[in-house]
Design a binder for this molecule. Structure first.
Ligand code: PMP
Length: 336
């Protein structure tokens, strides 16, 4: 029988999908790694599993133990689901600005959710720092111990992508991949996949697709971390060089406004049947820009990070889009 055992074995080995319109418009093969088809519906299932396995291997987690994390939501969902399988409790610190759908899903998965005001990383009350302090406190009090997943600076995250996502992309393209591009939340995907592909073929071009409001486009083009503008996308948009990003081989960087990216997910839903979140839109827009720079005939891979229903109240909500000055497709008006 061809059977996978439960949640954990179902993570990874996601399909590679040819994006028809993006490919036709650029003359390149633009391929999306379908990470939204992971069992927790996002690319972050991989990081969650890699972090838990690393903590187990180090003897830091035992049944009944607690996993604490600061997350925009997807990593928390992955951690909660891995935790359910392995017998760990999960406590998630999340900025209150994140979509209601993700918070509801976290609670449904059994995570204890602590919503906190969204403040910059330099503030001691930033959600990531709060989660680190909470983990430290709980490690003293919890009978079975507690760990901080620390996805931003725990390089088990990028190692997970180096060991799984990178090799899958190489195999699925028969080694014909010319370029890989994605946005950065922790940098685990970009660095893990980038380092793996460069090792197989140093000529593979690695690109960054940065949303407005993030500082990495500026960093990789001028050397200075500087952020301008804003984006409604969630889970991406970094203001610092995380440990996962250190040494990431970034050859090209693009800053992608929401107004350029979001029409791509609207179109994909209505013409190619793919329902994706906002970070996938930034990634595909980045792949199209990279394709135009490289010229026709190249194989360009990007990441379809998570499922669009996770953002129904924002990305697919005309009133919300209008409040942000973003374009609303006609058909979306009639769905409400
Ligand atoms: N897209 C979404 C929807 C995410 O939740 C994340 C992770 N926060 C990313 C993209 C970015 O992935 P990474 O953390 O590997 O940079």
């Amino acid at each position: 029988m061809d059977v996978r055992s439960g949640f954990i074995e179902t993570i990874g080995n996601t399909p590679m999908i040819r994006l028809r319109r993006a490919s036709a418009e650029t003359g390149c093969e633009i391929l999306g790694k379908a990470e939204f088809l992971n069992p927790g519906s996002s690319v972050k299932d991989r990081a969650a599993l890699a972090i838990v396995r690393d903590a187990e291997a180090r003897g830091l987690l035992q049944p009944g133990g607690v996993i604490v994390e600061g997350t925009a939501g997807n990593t928390g969902i992955g951690l909660a689901l891995v935790g359910n399988v392995r017998g760990y409790r999960t406590i998630i610190v999340i900025p209150e600005t994140q979509s209601q759908e993700k918070k509801d899903m976290l609670r449904l998965c059994g995570a204890e959710v602590r919503e906190v005001p969204a403040v910059p990383y330099k503030d001691p009350n930033n959600y990531v720092k709060l989660s680190g302090r909470l983990a430290e406190e709980l490690a003293q009090r919890e009978p079975n111990g507690a760990i901080w997943a620390n996805q931003f600076d725990n390089v088990a995250n990028r190692r997970g992508h180096y060991e799984t996502t990178g090799p899958e992309i190489w195999r699925q393209t028969d080694g014909r991949v010319d370029a890989f591009i994605c946005a950065v939340g922790t940098g685990g995907t970009l660095a893990g996949v980038g380092l793996y592909l460069k090792e197989r073929n140093p000529n593979v071009v690695i690109g960054l697709a940065d949303p407005c409001g993030a500082a990495l486009y500026s960093y990789y083009t001028t050397g200075e971390l500087k952020a301008e503008g804003e984006s409604i996308t969630e889970g991406i948009g970094q203001g610092r060089i995380t440990a996962n990003l250190e040494g990431a081989p970034v050859d090209r960087a693009y800053q992608i406004p929401d107004a350029e990216a979001l029409p791509i997910v609207f179109d994909l839903l209505r013409t190619e049947g793919l329902c994706l979140g906002g970070s996938s839109a930034i990634n595909i827009a980045g792949a199209i820009r990279l394709a135009r720079d490289l010229g026709p005939g190249h194989v360009i891979v990007t990441v379809l990070c998570d499922y669009g229903t996770r953002y129904q109240s924002k990305l697919f909500n005309p009133a919300f889009l209008r409040s942000k000055g973003l374009p609303v497709p006609d058909w979306l008006e009639t769905t409400r």
